[in-house]
Design a protein around this ligand. Structure first.
Ligand code: AGP
Length: 618
């Protein structure tokens, strides 16, 4: 999973613009970086392994001539992070005449590589991407170009032919000395969006890359090629070259929304943003909420598919739909869906796919399996224009704004808010709860942003101290019952992915069936224990752990004296939160705990090792 960006300027230097855009895409991958520009018919390339700042200080990425260029920040999938494996990749000719950057996986690259090897092409890297550059070169045929003045048709045709040979996921961009005034970019599955400005055209994997430059975007769909030149852009179908018209979309994210706004890290900025995001999620478009509710109401079978944090949102939502709307739903980890339900999913199935990025390969693969069996696809995502929005019959945008931190925080609580609104609306439609109860719950949903704001303000210092106190522990338990099990799973994931601390989450009732054997003196056990109907049994579980020497950290309601008395440490959550909404406020201290623990342990919360923001490979 990588980040690509490029531009065609009417005037000025492309390299510094590409460099700063890649910085804004760094969360998509950061093990190597490179740029290629075209100037006076020649290609200029700089690239190396390492984070963008490291490579820039070595090579000065701004110092490349030309008004046209492409860039890439990498998350390795084929070939270890190294200079030779970093993008751009180029064809055989020396000096290079074709440079390519790519995000995705060319699934048939070995077959293509063999064909190109046999044709005498010399490969430099171990990547799948490099075959694209050689394939274009093979298609164009040096001799054909030698005869005629390079014109767009043979080179453009060569690109189309090459892209049509590719199988798998790609967002690929090409610059060349054969066509020195154009950038070609194409997509299949991997995200690609154009930015349109007065004096420039941009392409990028994601909107924040060009948001400070323009808020006008055009989405490139699967199977399409965009051709950018100084005065225009056009979109064509890769398959037959037919033209496509696509409207401009106005992006309502202000540029600073995608920047850190003075916070030390995107992650803490986004934790603090939650009240605002939750208010935005209270302004979901009624039409789509209603449409989704209708589909859920009529569904014979509802399966929710997602990965990671989004799966935890689905788990919590299954309690909301069951307890409020009397709708049975089945949360399934997306990578397991096809194996588990691939044969049974059918026209009577409704799939609710939840994905912040809308580009997670496992989730999209599960959706594709279901689509092929005529299931109804519904989507919940944070990125309008993402692939999930295009494969869904109906989708809901949770409107959280860009989430740059690799760890999902604000998008998780927004997902929960959106899902709770759907459950409430469905309960109303089905007449399952009284109007009075609906009004009470509606009011509670609207108060959640203020409650989250209060938790952050009043508890953050206490959580910071807990991170210091527990920083040297070797493992944690996160335990809970009922809907809070989803909260415990999410707290565990945050601590693992950001602070690299081993952590185990399971329903508290499971402790005696094995895991309790890990408990010894000083072992930290985090309990998520709101005052719902599980509270009494959870107190029993706390006592079990205490009796074996565990240190108890309780996330409980404020002034819950019984729990406060038996806990070694506790974080208090304001009173009056209904059970089905409790994951939203109760997860916030766990997000902060993971963040402060990462800082304590010298980890970079925004760029956790081995992870990327959106996993667009299976
Ligand atoms: C969460 O902090 C992780 N970044 C990861 O588990 C993430 O939630 C998962 O990859 C799903 O991403 P999506 O919501 O964009 O599909």
């Amino acid at each position: 999973m990588c980040g690509i960006f490029g531009c065609v300027l009417k005037s000025g230097s492309a390299a510094p613009i590409i460099h700063s855009a890649l910085k804004r895409l760094e969360y998509r991958g950061y093990d190597s970086v490179g740029e290629a520009t075209v100037n006076m018919g020649k290609l200029f390339i700089k690239k190396d392994a390492g984070k963008i700042d490291e490579v820039h200080s070595l090579l000065n990425l701004d110092d490349l001539p030309g008004e046209i260029g492409i860039g890439h920040t990498r998350w390795a999938t084929h070939g270890a992070p190294s200079r030779v494996n970093s993008h751009p990749h180029f064809s055989c000719s020396e000096p290079p005449k074709i440079a390519v950057v790519h995000n995705g996986i060319v699934e048939n690259f070995m077959e293509l590589k063999k064909e190109l090897d046999d044709a005498g092409h010399v490969f430099r890297s171990k990547t799948d991407t490099e075959v694209i550059a050689h394939l274009i070169e093979e298609n164009i045929g040096e001799k054909e170009l030698a005869l005629k003045t390079p014109s767009s048709s043979p080179f453009e045709k060569a690109i189309f032919n090459a892209i049509n040979r590719l199988q798998g996921s790609f967002a690929v961009a090409v610059v060349s000395s054969y066509e020195p005034n154009k950038v070609f970019c194409a997509r299949n599955e991997s995200p690609l969006v154009l930015g349109v400005a007065e004096n420039a055209f941009y392409f990028a994997s994601d909107i924040p890359a060009f948001l400070p430059l323009t808020n006008k975007a055009v989405y490139v769909e699967n199977g399409e090629m965009a051709i950018l030149s100084k005065n225009a852009f056009e979109i064509k179908k890769i398959f037959d070259g037919s033209s496509v018209t696509r409207d401009l979309k106005q992006i309502d994210w202000a540029p600073e929304m995608a920047e850190k706004q003075g916070y030390p890290h995107f992650m803490i900025k986004e934790i603090y943003e939650q009240p605002r995001c939750l208010r935005d999620t209270l302004r979901l478009q009624d039409k789509y909420l209603e449409l989704l509710t209708t589909f859920l109401d009529r569904a014979r079978e509802v399966i929710m598919v997602a990965c990671g944090t989004s799966y935890h949102a689905c788990l919590a939502a299954s309690y909301m739909f069951s307890k409020l709307s009397f709708l049975a739903t089945h949360p399934v980890i997306a990578s397991e869906f096809t194996g588990q339900h691939g044969k049974s999913v059918n026209i009577d199935s409704t799939i609710l796919a939840v994905s912040q990025s809308g580009e997670t390969a496992d989730t999209l693969a599960a959706v594709e399996t279901a689509r092929q069996r005529a299931a109804t696809i519904l989507g919940l995502t944070n990125v309008v224009g993402s692939t999930l929005t295009r494969v869904s019959r109906v989708y809901l945008s949770q409107q959280s704004g860009p989430e740059i931190g690799v760890a999902a925080t604000k998008t998780f609580t927004s997902q929960l808010s959106a899902l709770s609104q759907l459950a409430l609306r469905l309960a109303k439609k089905r007449g399952k709860i009284s109007q009075e109860d609906i009004d009470i719950l509606d009011e509670k949903v609207r108060r959640i942003p203020d409650i989250v704001e209060k938790i952050i303000e009043t508890q953050k210092e206490k959580v910071k101290k807990l991170a210091t106190k527990y920083r040297d522990k070797s493992c944690f338990f996160f335990l809970a019952r009922g809907i809070s099990y989803a909260t415990a799973l999410e707290g565990r994931l945050k601590l693992m992915e950001i602070a690299y601390m081993p952590a185990i989450a399971f329903p508290a009732g499971e402790s005696k069936h094995g895991p309790i054997s890990l408990i010894e003196k000083g072992f930290p056990v985090v309990f998520v224990c709101p005052p719902d109907q599980t509270r009494k049994t959870v107190i029993g579980n706390i006592m079990e752990m205490k009796a074996r020497g565990a240190l108890i950290v309780a996330i409980c309601e404020e002034n819950d004296e019984e729990i406060i008395r038996i806990a070694d440490d506790y974080i208090e959550i304001p009173k009056g939160i209904p059970e089905i909404l409790s994951p939203i406020p109760y997860v916030v201290p766990l997000q902060l705990f993971a963040y402060y623990m990462a800082i304590e342990r010298g980890c970079d919360p925004d760029m956790p090792r081995n992870l990327a923001k959106s996993v667009t490979v299976k």
